[in-house]
Design a protein around this ligand. Sequence first.
Ligand code: NOJ
Length: 566
Amino acid sequence: MMKKWWMESVGYQIYPKSFFDANHDGIGDLPGILSKLGYLHELGVNLIWICPFYDSPMDDNGYDVRDFFKVADIFGDIEHIKAIIREAHQLGIRVILDLVLNHTSDEHPWFIESRKSKDNPYRDFYIWHEGRIKHGKKIEPTNWASFFGGSCWRHDPQTDSYYMKIFSDKMPDLNWENPEVRQAMADVAKWWLDLGVDGFRIDAVSHLQRDAFVDSTLTDDRYVLDWKKFSNLPKVHDHVRWLHNEVFEPYDCLTIGETGGEASIEEGLRYASFDAKALSMVFNFDHNWCNNLWSIDDPKDLKTDVIRLKQVFAQWQEAFKGQGWLPLNWLNHDQPRLMSHYGSRAHFKASGKMLATALHMMRGTPFIYQGEEIGMINHPFENLQDFRDIASINHYHELMRKHPDADLAYIIKKVVMTSRDHPRTPVHWDDTRHAGFSTVRPWIDVTPNHDLINIADQMQDQDSIWHHYRKLIQLRLTSDLRDVIIHGTFEMIDVAHPSLYVYKRHHDHDQLLVVNNFTAEHVIWRLPADRVTAVIIQNYPDVDIRHQTLYLRPYESIVFKTEAHT
Ligand code: NOJ
């Protein structure tokens, strides 16, 4: 059985701008992270992923990197990250960073050079193309849309050509066909590994190759978001394997590729099976959108597709059984808050705990996104001015263009439902002004319920969601059930049940039965023949079993230790 340190980890994702502001300028920073390492240790995690803090004009909050080797002034300096690595390691916490391979900022020196002339030595660091003439007018080389709206090409007057940018205008895509680019980015990764980091979450890794520049015919929109034109194309795998051999392998580091929604399970295995010798794991998002969020007009109509969610989990678990390893995460900095998605306001504690248990008891490496451990919920954004995220702002303009006669409140409501700003509001440390995140007004408004949902209160309350997360982490990392939770097999049972997500874990003599009610309904469920020997973790004060039948309350979740009947 393959055993790696990162299989025996529980990760915590930090979005630096919103985590903790130590210098009181309204923006979270590296000293803020440093000062909260003790907190993370107390929660029990042994791995942190820190989102970009590199020098950047912050068009996309740091994913637009201007200098890969420098810390942005707003976040601190290189000594701070060195201190974070050192002190985290002393606490037994490993540190991974975001490695942004697909693009740079347009203010990166390579791009400043590249755009100067067609024969500049850096010209081929990026993807340049001539425009086409249509109806006597110069237009983009293809009709492909960018993820953040509009064309994925941007005209540059200096050389009258177009550069490719699948995210924002200020994020030109690197040309991975160019060996100099590959080497330069390998050097970036090595530099950070030599500084002591334990690996990377690799941003947008699936986009390192583009298809032939031919128009998409998916729709007849002016710009078509046709992911296949720049996702998971064959050479991406070559690049990733090359990085593995050239950079990652000698360091025994963790590499998690962000492959997004377009990577099938087969693709996932091509990136991250043990045999692929490419990445350690991939973040897919298939389980993140198992509801009707994108098709409804009102959050009141939100409904979780439990069957679909179960299928997605079970299919990935099944495919990776013995073949590879999966991260387990409910959300990240790009997705709405979990509790406003699959959780329930009416059953706040029960649903927050159930969601945690359902995820943390599976096979894989759990990742908690900051604030998830207390059940933070979406922000009630009401005006365009309240948004900070470029994708949300562009989404608003796109909707206004498409529906010029629509009611403004309707447009805002649509943008709010999927906005990436929800997970980026400041962490609620306590119930004081600005949620204990800062002493001044933060760069993005605090969600106005920090008096009810905050870390200080939940740490005091033994029955809180926070303590539930802590217990789950302890069970996984330090209890005598560690082996079954980490390495045990996974088997979903009662596959067709519309409300319950039930699975078994098994390792040597240990066997667990994990029962999760994903609904606000009471559910009566016949237990399998195995004998229940103990309750390991639950989210109600008691467990109602009568005659081998389980009487479950809304969002109830129980982990049983069981023994096969002999
Ligand atoms: C994925 C990151 O998670 C997201 O926040 C970012 O905007 C894009 N990649 C571009 O770097």
